[in-house]
Design a protein. Sequence first.
Length: 88
Amino acid sequence: MGEKKIVDRGLVNDVRTISTYAPYVDALFIDKRCAALLKEEPLGTELEYKARIFSLSDPDEFLGYLREIEGQTPDQVREYAAMIYGID
């Protein structure tokens, strides 16, 4: 009694979601447990996917990623976003 399950229903769902989307999206924000698992060996070097993985274990890394996207956004896209969303 009192043993914590390593693999539970939530983890199974997370793995399914990550394996489905990680090859196709630029970034995924996932829970700390899954992010830590993806950094462990051999997963850290053997898995290949497009997505950059972020979690609450390093929020500054995610904010840096968002700033990077913002900095690369062309002026024309910013103008369209302002028109569509009413941003001043």
